[in-house]
Design a protein around this ligand. Sequence first.
Ligand code: MN3
Length: 408
Amino acid sequence: MKKVLILGSTGSIGTQALEIIRNNKDKFKVCGLTCRSRIADLMEQIREFEPEAVSVGNAEDAAKVKAEFPHLEIYSGDEGLVEIAKMDCDIVLNSLMGISGLAPTYEAISRGRDIALANKETLVAGGKLITDLCREKGVKLLPVDSEHSAIFQCLEGNGGSACGRAYREPDKATLGRPIRRILLTASGGPFRGRNYDSMKGVTVEQALNHPNWSMGSKITIDSATMMNKGLEVIEARWLFDVPAERIDVHVHPESIVHSMVEFMDGSVMAQMGLPDMKIPIGLALNYPDRLTLLNEFSGKDEDRGTDGSLDLFTTGHELHFEKADRKVFRCIDLAYRSLAEGGSAPVVMNGANEELVAMFLAGKIGFLDIPETIEKVMDRFEVSQPKSVEEILAVDIEARALAKEILG
Ligand code: MN3
């Protein structure tokens, strides 16, 4: 029985994880849950899953929960997330939004808990700090992001496993991983095929209309700007310890191939599946074993595909691949630039992006203000070398302030 702490349990990933746990009660026990503002949803989850501790966004909501569940350990605020991350558990699912995921993840890793990571900003901002600590503590960092779960699955049995085995340059390697390239796939988002100027007036509603995936609003806007893919390049760089020049972005509008790895012998491994986050969530929670997530297969070939499985015959899937247009989706290049500059540069890019996405969602700025302002913020920032969670969070705050200042 694995004891699971879910950070961000009322969001898209959190609720899907709880659905998996509900159907696999012999394998998992929820020990802690957190949410920022969806208190009613959290209370329902507390009734059903009976955790020992929860954390909520503020003290007022904590009091409300306490009134209803007097025996529960209850924390609140950003400190609450760090406090609950200290609790005894086997695995922490981090499905928090944005940089808020960094400090509690660091805390959980320092206590030796395995991490199922859905919060890519943790690695974007704290990649070196987090992965160094994982190696030191022998912690498994299991990707929940669908592309990274795909890469992880392609690497299993090919010299790779959960975070920690160092990549070596193929020509110099006798040991290590003979990876030639990681082929990171991207759906292209709702604005695939557009030219840059045509995106000037796009509305929040249009940007939130993702063709394949149903996700939270921040990541959906990131998908529309393709900053999501930029963040994923950085995430892959740290998770798999592969240099940025060996990570390529391939637009694949069907979202059936979730990413690929090319090895030095010319073999390319791909992982496929319908776009369903339960697959990566389930694998990360139950690693190294797979869960039964499909309905029982009835045995007749004609029935394949009706049980939620990928059927390449009857659903008529055609798979297409094209280059990402980086002149249009400038955020991809900004992410590569931040990796090349190193140090605080990805923190600055990420902090500016988070602030700008929130401003766009609030109707305060235009869609193209996002990439253009991130670039200005990066131009103005001198790259530093933050060495702790606190220093990273300080850079994040500065970057957000500068983004706001530039837009007046
Ligand atoms: Mn993804």
